[in-house]
Structures are given as structure tokens and as C-alpha cells.
Write a protein that binds this ligand. Sequence first.
Ligand code: HEC
Length: 483
Amino acid sequence: MRTIHYLMLATGIVAAVAVAAPIMPPPLPDPAAAISPPLPSPPPACVLLDDVFQRPTRQHPEQRQFQLSVDYPTTPPPTVSYPWSDPNHWREYMFAVLRYAYQDNLSNEWYKPASSAATWFHAPWMGHKYSSLNRSGFGGREWAHGLTKEHKTPLRDLSPTMSNSKGQVDNWAVSIYNAPGGYTLRKVWEKICADNANQQAIIFPPGTVVVKLIFTQATSNLVPYLANDVEWKANIDEQHPDNLLPLRLIQIDIAVRDTRADATTGWVFGTFMFDGRRPIDSLWQIDTQKIPKDLRPWFHVYPLGLTWGVDPGRTNNPVELHYDPKLAATIRSPLGLQGRLNGPIDNPRSSCIACHAQAERVSGPKAKPPTERNGFERNLKPGEALTPGLISLDFSLQLKSGIYSYWNKQNANAMSPHINNVAVRQNISGPPAGLRQFPSRPRAVQRGHTRVEGSHGAPSRPRAVQRVMGIPPQPQLFNLPVR
Ligand code: HEC
């Protein structure tokens, strides 16, 4: 049945492109044809020990079980023209990336294919030993979809209708890497398995794509755009391993290593929001009538924004992004620090690239989770670490988390609650220095309150801020016209 659906979907894509040829961009190359599937080969040895961080699979009558996809390619993937190399408009670019991921994964419900070699891969050792999860004791993947727990989101950040709410919701996510990303994961983990002290910089090749599906506990009663949802049932109840609870798709993140962004970071980070109330976007370039009913909700995601830099030093009107202000207004404004890009569930005082710039290799007690304060100073190049002397993990926070978990496992002493609690406290304490450094209108004031959040920062800041504001705007380097 699934295969039939998939064929219908693929035919729909081809048909739509052919019929509408005069007004559509040139037909997209088929990524599956362009990249020959890698031969299955065993993963690096220590990757297989990952299951300490995955809950034991359960026999469940209704629910398939997650399997880690770690038979990474053994040879570097060939240089090909990817579907997103052509589009000149940011929304089309984002749809081209997501369509590429959907073509390979949607009909298989994002599981590792049982019968053929995998073309998408997972990062191992997602133990999150430094995350807030540790407070409840478990940090690995749940067994139904391989989801790991994200930070909580205050409901007021998800929708203007919740602006008076004090509640918070949990979010869970799973990410997949395409073949160039999977090849890099193999290289990294082969070195780590052989010698964990080995500290070589990591660089993902151009063409690497990572897609992250983010699900929330929030419902459409609270957050209106979650109507007509994509629902997954997952074992998010740590006390009861047989229990499955519903989660709803709220956000899809993409990270693409793209040479067109080399003038800033070399990476393009984009985020889609789910909105089940809107019609399916024509930029998908598919015949929407042919989408199987059970897959239709997946097509109700809309490009919220795309960013390729942190806009160093800017205090307002960032330029290293495109975003959709109308869509953003259905969530919150601004989405990220002083208008930088962040997704619905993300911390509005951070931004995609600033947070990911903190992907650097640290071991043991020194390892800290990324914070909302760091990463805004400059645009890092691939392979450049934010902290002098540390090793870059090329914007991959999953690698940071995985390598840290592995280090912890090897160094049992370092797994003491004390160390983990220090990390947890650093994650949640105090007003964000980011706000003090580059103040925007404080969020409390935006909502019509008089209390000024974060105003107890260093008194000498305002003059420094004036100087920062004097910096002339930087040219828009990732040159996709706004549409
Ligand atoms: C405050 C920090 C923070 C912000 C802001 C943030 N992320 Fe992440 N992101 C993480 C962490 C931590 C991980 C690894 C853990 C996980 O996968 O859950 C991650 C994982 C990812 C991954 C999987 C690959 C990788 O690099 O590890 C992608 C893709 C991603 N994020 C995209 C985005 C996008 C797009 C945005 C902005 C819309 C964003 N992130 C904002 C912290 C952040």
C-alpha cells in the first residue's frame, strides 16, 4: 500500500512539473538517480554501543519500532547537482530541499528501509547527557520513532492566543542526514572509536542536508495552527515503556551545506512551520489531488525563514536571512534575537546559526550545552571553532551531544550527578547576556507590560550598543532574491 502511495506521489510530482512547464523552473534532477545508493556496510564499532541511549524496543501490536540507520556510506558521495542548486527564490529553495527528503522518507514513515540500502542516516549516541533531560534520569531515544527530548517551550512563545499562559510544553525531535552527511558521520566516528582523544576538525561536504522533524505536546485547542495535524504516537512516558502518547508535528528544520553561503558560514539553516488551516502551497510543484489522504497533513508545512549568518553586531533589521513576516505573526514576533531567525519551539532570545555555532568538541566536565548567549560575535567558516583552541564540529550539535555522551560512557567517573547538574544549571540560569549585549525592545514591553526584562544588565552597555548600531549594513551574501 505504501509503495503504491509513494508511486502516486512521485508521479504527481513529475506530472505537475511537465504540465506546468512554461511557468515552472526547469524539471528537477532526481536525487535518487544522481546519488548511487551506498552499499550497506557495518557501522564503526563504537556506534553499535549506542543502544545504551536508546530505550529497549518493545513488542507493540500497533507501533513500528525505530531502528538507528548507521550503515553510513564508505565512499565519498559524488559531486552532483542537487535539486536546490537551481531555485533563485528562498521559498522554492526550501521546498526543493524538503521535497528531496520527502521523496526518500515520507512513504516509509521516516523509518530505515527494511529491504534496500538506506540513503539517510542518524547521528549516534544522542544521549543528551548535558541536557535538562538528565533531571529526570533518561537521555536517549524513545523506541517508537527515535525521538529525543528537546527543551520545553513556553506556550506564550507558540501563539499570540497564548500570550497570557504560564504553561510550557515538551517537544521531541528526530533528525536525518543525507549521504554526504552520513559519509562524514562515518569518518568522524571511525576516528572516535579508534581513539577518542583524536581531535581533528570536522567538515561536512557541500551537498550535506540534515532534516529535523520536531513534534510537540501542544494541541490545536491551545495553538490554532496545529489543526488537522500530523500525529505520531511515541513512548514519551519514561515511567511506562509500553505507553504511547500522541505528539503533533509543529516544525521542520533544515540545515544545508551550500557553497553559495561560503561568504558567511557555508551553511543555510531554514525552518518550516506546520499550519493545518492553510491550503497546500503551490511551490511544492506537485499535483495535490494525488497526495494520498494519510500523507496530506505532511504537506501543510510552510517556509518560515532561511538564514546563512548571525548578522554580527547588528541590533535590529538583520539581513542574513529571509523570512515570512505574515507567518511569523501567527507565532510570535520577533522569532529570534532582534529579528534573527528561529523556529516556533525555539528560544526567541537565540537564533539558529548562533546556537549551532557552539558546535565544538569539548570533553567531560568542560562540556556545556549551547546557550542563548553565545555565537553572535562573528560568522564562523566551516571548520572554524567559536572558542579559540577548541575543535569545530561544523555546526552539528548532534555530533557535540553524541561525542560528549560517548566520552561520558567511557569515563564513568564523569557521569556523577554533580557534573551533570552543573551543566543543567548553566543551561537554565539568569537573564540572557545576549539581550544585554544587543538589546531589542524587551519582550515584556512588547506585550504592553511595564516591567523591563533584563534591564538589570551592565550599566555601561548603552554606549557600547550605540557603537554597535553605527556599523553599516552588510551586503546580503547569500544572494537569493526576496519573494
Ligand atoms: C538554543 C539552541 C538551538 C537553537 C536556537 C537551534 N538549535 Fe538546532 N539543535 C540544537 C541542539 C542542541 C541540537 C542537537 C540535539 C537534537 O538534535 O535534538 C540541534 C539539532 C539540529 C539539527 C540536527 C543536526 C545538528 O546540527 O545537530 C538541525 C538540522 C537543526 N538543529 C536546525 C536548526 C534550525 C533550522 C534552527 C533555527 C530555526 C535551530 N536548529 C535552532 C540547538 C539549537
